[in-house]
Design a binder for this molecule. Structure first.
Ligand code: PMP
Length: 379
């Protein structure tokens, strides 16, 4: 066999292993439009599963800012931030984020994933300890692993267990959690974790990917990262914190140093979206009202965010409910292990400012009917 043939055989064998364990994933073409509408493999649907919580990705002020910046400054940044990729829009966006979060500074990264991969290893290393919530996002786990620090997981939101782990930890301790958990929609006990950090000399770092613009929390974390890809409606990641830490990231975060700066249209879109977010707080409130109405209609506990998990359990069942929803014009993809723990396959339902109340009512009715008719699991 040639090397090319062996490579193909290798990939095919890996794929059949994934197939056998239900872990093979495939792409479906999805063209998003305004108001939660989308064309999914050619079918017109309303999406109740994307992260564009404030529906800013299609806001005319945001798209206009991106178009203007593309014409004026180009489609790409031409290099890393340390070479030629540091367009002034970066500083404008960083000032904006620092002001929003009330921190001394901010650093913009290529994505939220890159922000976590680069920041965590810049803070701790071999001989240190990371104490993190077991449900923290894959990129926090990735950054933790890359750092070389010892990684200890505490049960989801269990501050007492976190405190025990911190007490036994070696070196500098970094506490990691999400503010709003991506797959469950619940919130972290930030004030308790902040107090734990203060009492023990640990640093607290939070991932606010799903909080910004929708869930207001007092956040005592010394390091606050997040993404521009969800409520901000665009792309990119950020870290906010003390000014010297921002300078340290400029020199030491490998996913900052060795990657291309964000394209000017992406930066301009984020600034415009933050303007709208701040000027129109009713957008977040509207999305939250939709989530509350949905939960009320289905008899679920009141939500803490705009993410409502419908835990179904068996993967095949979750896929079946998702397919039945699609038949009726609603897009809610099934989330399966390993993204969520084994046995907790779910529909991750999300709400956005662009949805109308009538959409939410009709969607809740459809889901209820499907769950009653076709699903062994009851709500
Ligand atoms: N953190 C959390 C909690 C997330 O849900 C995500 C995105 N799924 C990220 C980080 C990564 O952000 P980005 O999409 O900007 O890479």
């Amino acid at each position: 066999m040639t090397s090319f043939e062996r490579l193909k055989a290798f990939a095919e064998q890996k794929l059949s292993q994934l197939e056998a364990t239900g872990q093979r994933r495939s792409l479906v073409e999805t063209a998003r439009e305004t108001g939660g509408r989308a064309a999914r493999a050619g079918r017109d649907v309303i999406s109740f599963c994307d992260n564009d919580y404030l529906s800013l990705s299609h806001d005319a002020r945001v798209t206009q800012a991106a178009a203007d910046a593309a014409r004026l400054y180009g489609a790409g940044s031409g290099g890393s931030r340390l070479i030629t990729g540091n367009h002034p829009l970066n500083a404008a966006l960083e000032d904006r984020l620092a002001r929003l979060k009330g921190t001394e500074g901010a650093r913009v990264f290529g994505s939220g994933f890159l922000a976590n991969l680069g920041t965590i290893p810049a803070l701790v290393g071999k001989g240190d300890t990371i104490v993190m919530d077991e449900l923290a996002h894959a990129c926090m786990h990735g950054g933790a692993r890359l750092s070389g620090a010892q990684v200890r997981l505490f049960r989801h939101n269990d501050v007492a267990e976190a405190a025990r782990l911190v007490k036994d930890a070696a070196g500098q301790v970094l506490l990691l959690t999400e503010t709003v958990f991506s797959m469950d929609g619940d919130v972290a006990p930030l004030s308790e974790l902040g107090a734990l950090a203060e009492a023990t000399g640990a640093w607290l770092m939070t991932d606010d990917a799903h909080g910004l613009g929708v869930v207001k929390q007092d956040n005592p974390a010394q390091i606050q990262m997040g993404t521009l890809s969800k409520a901000v409606g665009g792309y990119g990641g950020y870290v906010c914190g003390p000014a010297p830490l921002m300078d340290l990231l400029t020199s030491r975060a490998r996913s900052f140093v060795y990657t291309t700066g964000l394209p000017p249209p992406v930066l301009a879109a984020a600034i415009a979206a933050l303007d709208v977010m701040e000027a129109e707080p009713e957008r977040g409130a509207k999305a939250s009202r939709h989530a509350a109405l949905f939960c009320e209609l289905l008899g679920l506990p009141a939500p803490s965010s705009v993410i409502v998990p419908i835990i179904i359990g068996p993967e095949a069942e979750a896929m079946r409910v998702s397919a039945a929803l699609l038949e009726r014009g609603y897009l809610v993809t099934a989330i399966r292990p390993p993204t969520v723990p084994a046995g907790t396959a779910r529909l991750r339902v999300t709400f956005a400012a662009g949805h109308e109340e009538a959409d939410v009512r009709a969607f809740a009715g459809a889901l209820k009917e499907i769950m009653e008719l076709a699903c062994a699991v009851t709500l």
